[in-house]
Design a protein around this ligand. Structure first.
Ligand code: HEC
Length: 114
C-alpha cells in the first residue's frame, strides 16, 4: 500500500510538472535548438560550429536569422507554410515559438543593423 502510494505520488508530480512545462509559454531557445537539431538538421545547417553545410540549396539557420527585417513571426510563418521543397512539419505552437526564438538567437550584430 505504502509503496503504490509513493509511485502514484511520483507519477502525479511528474505529470503535473510536464503539464506546467507545456503551459508556461515563454519561448525557450534551448528547447528550440534541440528541436532544430533533431528535426531540421537533415537539411538546414543548424549551427555554425562543427558541421559542414548540410545541403547547399538550403539556407542555414544563421543565414535565415540575418535576413533583412527578420522576425519570429516571419520565421514561424515560413515553418508553418513552407515553400517547396521544405516539408510541412507538424509542430505545436510552443515548439514553433521555441524554434523561432532559437533561430533569432543566431542573429548577429551585423544582422541587427540592417
Ligand atoms: C527536407 C528538408 C528540410 C527540412 C527537414 C527542413 N527544411 Fe526548412 N527549408 C528547406 C528548404 C529547401 C528551404 C528553402 C525554401 C525556399 O526556396 O525558400 C527551407 C526554408 C526554411 C525557412 C525560410 C527561410 C527563408 O529564407 O525565409 C525557415 C524559417 C525554415 N526552413 C525552417 C525550418 C525549420 C525550423 C525546420 C525544422 C523544424 C526545417 N526548416 C526543416 C528544407 C528543409
Amino acid at each position: 500500500m505504502q509503496k503504490s502510494f509513493g509511485a502514484l505520488t511520483l507519477a502525479f508530480i511528474l505529470f503535473s510538472g510536464m503539464a506546467l512545462g507545456a503551459s508556461t509559454g515563454a519561448p525557450d531557445p534551448n528547447r528550440g535548438k534541440s528541436l532544430a537539431t533533431s528535426l531540421c538538421s537533415n537539411c538546414h545547417l543548424v549551427d555554425t560550429v562543427g558541421q559542414e553545410q548540410a545541403n547547399v540549396d538550403v539556407p542555414t539557420f544563421p543565414e535565415i536569422a540575418n535576413k533583412v527585417d527578420q522576425s519570429s513571426g516571419a520565421i514561424m510563418a515560413a515553418i508553418m507554410l513552407p515553400k517547396h521543397p521544405m516539408p510541412q512539419i507538424p509542430l505545436t505552437k510552443n515548439e514553433l515559438a521555441d524554434l523561432a526564438a532559437y533561430i533569432l538567437s543566431l542573429r548577429t550584430e551585423e544582422g541587427k543593423k540592417r
